[in-house]
Ligand binder design. Structure first.
Ligand code: ZN
Length: 133
């Protein structure tokens, strides 16, 4: 079962520049910065209540996020839901016809296990599942 919105991912060109907006204008607290090598991105997390905003910046031209920025520009990139059992969740979603980008979990930011559902299965919303370490 999905428990809550873990975070909302926002694609950005410049992590430092955008972080200033979230910190200074919106007054949110930076929780941490991490590099996710298998996705070729660097991320910054800002906590807001029970959830987080995740700023996502590509570290390479061939990152999926770089391609997203090129096509659509900066903005909301994905929604991530927290779960306690990501393997079961993936099987359940596949059983209900969802097309997964990740058929099995991979390593996300801060050691979480993550998997993405293809946006064609979710009305254009890239959807991430995350199980905290
Ligand atoms: Zn995310």
């Amino acid at each position: 079962m999905l428990k809550k919105i873990d975070h909302i991912g926002i694609a950005v060109h410049d992590l430092d520049e955008t972080s200033k907006f979230y910190r200074d204008v919106l007054g949110m607290e930076l929780q941490g910065v991490d590099e996710v090598k298998n996705q070729k991105v660097k991320v910054a997390f800002f906590k807001i209540g029970e959830t987080n905003i995740e700023l996502v910046m590509p570290t390479s031209e061939d990152s999926a996020v770089a391609k997203y920025l090129e096509k659509k520009g900066e903005g909301i990139h994905h929604i991530c839901y927290a779960t306690d059992d990501i393997e079961a969740e993936i099987q359940n979603m596949k059983a209900h016809g969802a097309r997964m980008i990740d058929e099995s979990p991979r390593l996300g930011a801060h050691g979480a296990k993550v998997a993405f559902i293809h946006p064609k299965s979710s009305k254009g919303v890239l959807t991430e599942l995350s199980q905290k370490k």
